[in-house]
Design a protein around this ligand. Structure first.
Ligand code: FRU
Length: 480
């Protein structure tokens, strides 16, 4: 176990139900995997400081995806290369293989090189030994990173998807032995091509019907980009389609991007390997944005992960859409606290530091003020415009000028708007974050905030007819 570090007197932004390293910098999740029922989360980590640098794979384990024990660094930076993002896979004989980008810095940016490497663990993912013959793929490129590796069962081959960030292109490689790789196809440039492309993930998920039953399966290809996200700075887009083991073919036009998350703080998401591919998958992301990640006012840690989320597809208005909801273990950690009626009456209710609020807007506009002392994050649903807005512009300290305040998303297309329909909201609030899962998880906002001290409160109000019915509000206190 990593030695605990004494909390400084004011560590008030440290989340209660989200992962942070005990100290120092983190960014992307790497190689999340379930091994023998236990979740392993590796992550981009500077073990020596609170800024990006000396990048290694940190490591934490959890039995419930909420309580994480941080373990010693799994793959430390080497003298001549850092350990950039990647993924893990488990072989039939129980070996855990970690695939990552070797980043070889150089004073001359044109001479930086990135290549793909493998390290092997024979003790269940605790310690790794890099292959003597690394790198396994070297195209002599400055920008070539973030391998996503998985086994494609129908062909029995291993697949690796790697990004060519400045070309807005992904390269798909195939292998039978995890060591020699051949290029099979390329994807892109398509969709959002502002900034650079990073952290691809290709995986199969079920298509669920209205009752949550699996009625089909599709492949999702997610790729992050920085900057150019709809809510500013870095974020993710996704494509839905088919994958035959060699090439991904989208089933929809790829000109208008499909955004993974409409908030500002969801990056580098990866699904846990080791979960059955016939059920919903779980993924987790870095809860920050490259526009201000270096300036967030937290210490001795910097950077947090989102809640783990269950992901699947549903059909909406004739097309497939990605849906996300908090992992089931968040439910288990949530004893109900009273006060739902008060909330329904538009009064202000005091709540714990970490809580989950679920409610349904019953054919009515709704404004939910999440109070943090004098500061606030406001979530509002406008039924005529069919939009949901999250406003964090009065949420406390702004890390820098690029910390955007107001984010809005449409819940329906103009053609199928129904001003009277019920819209469900599932909101998870922690000390320095708000995650909103709306309309059965088809629209999600992940937002950081750095509020001042003071009582945490909720005020739900409706500007037009029927007040939200108390029976349709549920408030849970979140504990670990
Ligand atoms: C994305 C990223 C990756 C890279 C890693 C370096 O957040 O830039 O492309 O591997 O961070 O820490």
């Amino acid at each position: 176990m990593v030695e605990p570090v004494a909390d400084p007197p004011d560590d008030r932004h440290r989340p209660i139900v989200h992962f942070t390293a005990r100290q120092h910098w983190i960014n992307d999740p790497n190689g999340p995997i379930i091994l023998d029922g236990r979740a392993h989360l590796y992550f981009q980590h500077n073990p020596n400081g609170s800024d990006w640098g000396d990048i290694s794979w940190g490591h934490a384990v959890s039995d419930d995806l909420l309580n994480w024990d941080e373990l010693p660094v799994a793959i430390p930076a080497a003298p001549d290369h850092m350990i950039f993002s990647g993924s893990t896979a488990i072989t039939d004989d129980g070996v855990v293989a970690a695939f990552y980008t070797g980043h070889r810095p150089d004073a001359d940016p044109r001479r930086v090189r990135q290549d793909q490497r493998v390290a092997i663990s024979r003790d269940g993912g605790l310690t790794f030994r890099p292959f003597a013959t690394n790198p396994v793929i070297d195209l002599d490129l400055v920008d070539f990173r973030d391998p996503n590796v998985f086994r494609h069962d129908p062909t029995g081959r291993w697949v690796m998807v790697v990004s060519l960030p400045d070309r807005h292109q992904l390269v798909v490689f195939g292998s039978v032995d995890l060591v020699s790789w051949e290029e099979c196809s390329r994807f892109g440039p398509v969709g959002a091509t502002g900034g650079i492309w990073e952290c691809p993930a290709l995986f199969e998920v079920p298509v669920l019907d209205h009752d949550g039953r699996a009625v089909g399966r599709r492949w999702v290809l997610k790729v992050d980009h920085n900057p150019g996200h709809v809510s500013g700075g870095s974020g993710g887009q996704y494509f839905i389609g088919d994958f035959d083991g060699s090439a991904f073919v989208p089933e929809h036009p790829t000109d208008a991007p499909l955004w993974v998350d409409r908030g500002a703080d969801f990056y580098g998401a990866l699904p846990f390997a080791g979960e059955s591919s016939t059920a919903e998958r779980t993924w987790i992301a870095w809860m920050s944005n490259w526009d201000y990640a270096h300036d967030t006012p937290t210490a001795p840690w910097r950077g947090a992960m989102t809640l783990p989320r269950r992901i699947a597809l549903v059909e909406r208005e004739g097309r497939h859409v990605l849906v996300q909801r908090p992992s089931d273990t968040v439910d288990r950690a949530a004893p109900v606290v009273g006060g739902a009626d008060l909330v329904a009456d538009g009064a202000t209710l005091e709540v714990p530091d970490a809580y989950r609020l679920r409610l349904v807007a019953v054919g009515a506009d709704l404004s939910i003020r999440l109070g943090f002392g004098p500061a606030e994050v406001v979530v509002s649903y406008d039924r005529h415009a069919a939009t949901l807005t999250v406003d964090r512009s009065r949420s406390g300290e702004r890390p820098n000028d690029r910390f955007t305040g107001v984010h809005t998303a449409s819940l329906s297309t103009p053609v199928v708007r129904d001003v009277d329909r019920d819209v469900d909201l599932d909101i998870v609030v922690d000390r320095s974050s708000v995650e909103v899962f709306a309309d059965r998880g088809s629209v999600v906002f992940t937002e950081l905030c750095f509020p001042p001290p003071g009582p945490r409160t909720i005020t739900v109000s409706s500007h037009d007819r029927p007040r939200p019915s108390a029976s349709r509000i549920r408030l849970d206190s979140l504990v670990r």
